[in-house]
Design a protein around this ligand. Structure first.
Ligand code: NG6
Ligand code: CA
Length: 516
């Protein structure tokens, strides 16, 4: 009798556990690189030849956000905040990471993938990393074990482009190793020219397949000069043209192996970051220079992932969120005709600024949540941000975040799921790069700009629209986004009370060291 009761008890427990597991959706975050608010068909891109049918389908059958943000207008701080749930300006060395940066997320930090593992998930990152590898003060040991890295901060698996592809070296990192590295041809990476006769973008400029416009003139690989120098590791080097295919291949492979458990995949595309080098089959698909062609390539990747989920019967139990790491840029260092072929295309949509800027164009970016059968198709104006995944998913999965972690990650899960009456963020801090340079602060319809850096007070950097280049900005300005999305009309003097309130709220969140 005792035996029967206990076996019934065991079965019920197993059943309960299984039901609990069934309720945990797989989560795939597809993060584009330098994709602007207006760069997709579903966000109003007009050019006839810029077709993004697969992402448009996510938007049509999912929830398209019109106030979806990344937390910074450059890559490293957005990714830092995405994984730690804390604004990057609170951390050290969180600006754009150089080629030899050590891991900038402290090993003992509680991260989004840590939280998901606690909830029983398998976790992986495939694609661009750009958060450093190796110990503080040491950095990446390219010929040895590359750690700490993603696996030390919560990922079970990683297949990476270590920094960003305009930085050296052009090799894949799988878990702790450079893939296909021949020990007889060690990889050396540095910021100083290794020998007088080392060919660079300056000395061998006429051999380049794509010329540089600023920076990016050190070591040449695949006919393209980069930021930083390297030698060796020849067998390990990849072709820029093959990155997108590789991300898709490795993602499918990993999902295939891990589909029995709930899984979290961070699909970190390199498109449309410079150097923009589409695979041969995508060349000329957009009639908008390589910048357009890699948007088409990115769209293809999204289509492949969705197709694979369907094939494996995973689509209904997988939440996909599509987003970007910062706003758009035209010339970001290579002569790829992005600006020249932009025509009337408005890469930042109705917003001003773009990458590097705290104007809306810097951080207001495409944001689509897709989970067929669970998220009702529609459009949402609620404010959501890439920093909110930890807080939102934790609540959904019944995990309690530690008090001293994910300090700015809010629970906006109901808004992401499009639940009726659900509210997004009441406030959001936007930053440009690094620590405490410039901030945007949005609360409701109001947007405060705070430019602490003298450089941007004199010159609001905007490489996207040359007409706006070099416009001076005051340290503080106030805008009503509901009437003035382009932030042209400074209302600070007309609304002194709102202006003072916004200034002090922002200051309080900076001083408090947290906002949740
Ligand atoms: C800048 C690079 C730019 C790009 C950016 C990082 C120069 C002159 N400019 O320093 O090309 O690499 O860093 O982009 O070198 S991000 O999207 O990864 O933040
Ligand atoms: Ca970026």
């Amino acid at each position: 009798m005792k035996k029967i009761t206990s076996s019934i008890f065991v079965s019920i427990t197993v059943l309960l556990a299984l039901t609990a597991v069934a309720k945990k959706p797989n989560v795939i975050v597809i993060m584009a690189d330098d994709l602007g608010y207006g760069d997709l068909g579903c966000y109003g891109a007009k050019p006839k030849n810029l077709k993004t049918p697969n992402i448009d389908k996510l938007a049509k059958d999912g929830l398209k956000f019109t106030s979806g943000y990344c937390s910074a207008s450059t890559c490293t701080p957005t990714r830092y905040s995405f994984l730690t749930g804390t604004y990057a300006f609170r951390g050290k060395n969180t600006g754009i990471a150089p080629p030899s940066s050590p891991l900038i997320i402290p090993e003992d930090a509680y991260t989004l993938p840590d939280m998901l593992k606690q909830a029983g998930y398998k976790t992986a990152v495939v694609g661009k990393w750009h958060l450093g590898l190796g110990s503080p003060g040491v950095g990446p040991q390219w010929n040895e074990q590359l750690k700490p890295g993603p696996r030390e901060i919560g990922f079970d698996y990683n297949f990476l482009l270590p920094t960003t592809n305009d930085r050296v070296p052009q090799v894949y990192v799988e878990n702790h190793r450079v893939l296909n590295l021949d020990p007889k041809d060690p990889l050396w990476v540095g910021m100083k020219k290794p020998s007088d006769d080392h060919p660079t973008g300056v000395t061998h400029r006429d051999t380049l397949k794509m010329d540089w416009t600023h920076g990016h003139n050190h070591t040449i690989h695949n006919g393209i000069s980069r930021i930083g120098f390297y030698t060796g590791g020849h067998a390990a080097r990849f072709r820029d043209e093959d990155l997108a295919d590789k991300w898709v291949e490795k993602s499918k492979e990993w999902i295939g192996k891990n589909k029995k458990d709930p899984f979290f995949l961070f699909f970190a595309s390199h498109d449309l970051h410079v150097p923009r080098i589409p695979h041969e089959r995508f060349r000329g698909t957009s009639a908008m220079s390589y910048r357009g062609d890699v948007i088409v390539q990115l769209d293809w990747c999204v289509g492949e992932i969705v197709k694979y989920l369907k094939k494996e019967g995973l689509e209904k139990n997988t939440m996909i969120v599509f987003c970007s790491d910062n706003g758009p840029v035209g010339d970001d260092g290579y002569a790829d005709e992005a600006l020249e072929k932009m025509g009337d295309h408005k890469a930042a949509g109705p917003y001003s600024g773009g990458k590097y800027s705290i104007f809306e164009g810097g951080t207001r970016t495409p944001f689509i949540a897709y989970w067929p059968g669970t998220i009702k198709p529609g459009v949402s104006d609620e404010v959501v941000c890439t920093i909110d995944f930890a807080g939102s998913l934790a609540n959904h999965l019944g995990v309690k975040l530690p008090e001293d972690a994910c300090l700015d990650s809010l629970d906006v899960m109901d808004a992401m799921l499009g639940k009726k009456g659900a509210k997004g963020r009441p406030h959001l801090i936007q930053q440009d790069n690094g620590r405490g340079n410039n901030y945007g602060y949005r609360a409701g319809k109001w947007k405060l700009q705070r430019h602490d850096s003298k450089k941007t007070q004199n010159f609001q950097v905007n490489k996207l629209l040359s007409s706006q280049r070099g416009q001076p900005v005051p340290q503080y300005a106030l805008f009503d986004l509901s009437k003035d999305p382009a932030e042209k009309n400074n209302l600070a003097e007309k609304n002194p009370k709102v202006f003072e309130r916004m200034k002090s709220e922002l200051q309080k969140f900076l001083d408090d060291g947290r906002s949740r």
